[in-house]
Design a protein around this ligand. Structure first.
Ligand code: PGA
Length: 237
């Protein structure tokens, strides 16, 4: 576990790890997360690209996507990743994969698992953590054996995301990589910032793994690293 003094230093340290993975393996397969936490990480990676790091052979799998939004919806995770990262680093669009929230969920989930099998495993999976301990949109109670599938979002997740949507338009469902799908990555990198995540971080690292805290599954992985700022580390430092 790495605890950084400030959020900015923590984000740079996460970006350093991703950049090092790209430099070591130009066709690295990255699993990428979204959310407010990751924004400074993508800014830092775009700076690395401008400074000469090539992302042209990198492949990207997004962790999750809302259901029912067209792919070009400004709040879709496809657009999030394009606007903050993919479109600025010269990534080949055919190497950018996001679950299709506009298809039947069953078809979209099974297509995604097939694509993951075809091009995986993911070399480095970046993960945020929800205040309720979710990873991706695997909400509390998600089986550790779960794979990419349709999930209902909990009231707390919808409340956390409500700021991005017009009232009454917060999505109720998502397609997410499952916990088993996530754990198949060769390496996990969890990044959390701010005191509002400190309880979830405590539950992730201090208790035995439990389905009540989906993020605790990362402790079953042989190569999982956690980067925190001091706020998120408040209960574990
Ligand atoms: P956040 O989301 O970065 O917007 O807090 C993280 C998550 O819910 O996984």
């Amino acid at each position: 576990m790495t605890i950084c003094k400030t959020t900015a230093v923590a984000a740079e340290s996460v970006a350093d790890r991703i950049a090092a993975a790209v430099a070591a393996k130009p066709n690295v397969v990255l699993g990428l997360a979204t959310g407010g936490t990751m924004e400074p990480v993508y800014k830092a990676l775009v700076r690395r690209s401008a400074a000469g790091l090539s992302f042209s052979a990198v492949r990207v799998f997004a962790l999750d996507e809302y259901v029912g939004l067209p792919p070009d919806h400004p709040q879709s995770y496809r657009v999030y990743l394009r606007e903050r990262f993919v479109d600025h680093v010269g990534l080949d669009p055919s190497r950018f994969h996001v679950p299709r929230g506009d298809l039947s969920a069953e078809v979209a989930a099974s297509e995604y698992e097939t694509t993951l099998r075809q091009h995986g495993p993911v070399d480095l999976q970046l993960l945020g953590i929800g205040r309720n301990g979710h990873i991706g949109f695997n909400e509390p109670g998600s089986p550790f054996a779960s794979r990419t599938r349709l999930v209902a979002l909990t009231a707390s997740t919808r409340a956390a995301n409500a700021r991005f949507f017009a009232p009454g338009h917060v999505p109720r469902h998502a397609i997410t990589m499952g916990i088993a799908s996530i754990l198949e990555a060769r390496r996990l990198l969890v990044f959390a910032i701010g005191p509002e995540k400190s309880d979830a971080v405590w539950a992730m690292v201090m208790q035995p793994p439990t389905v009540d805290v989906p993020a605790s599954a990362v402790r079953l992985h042989a190569s999982a690293e956690i980067v925190l700022d001091e706020g998120a580390a408040g209960q574990v430092a």
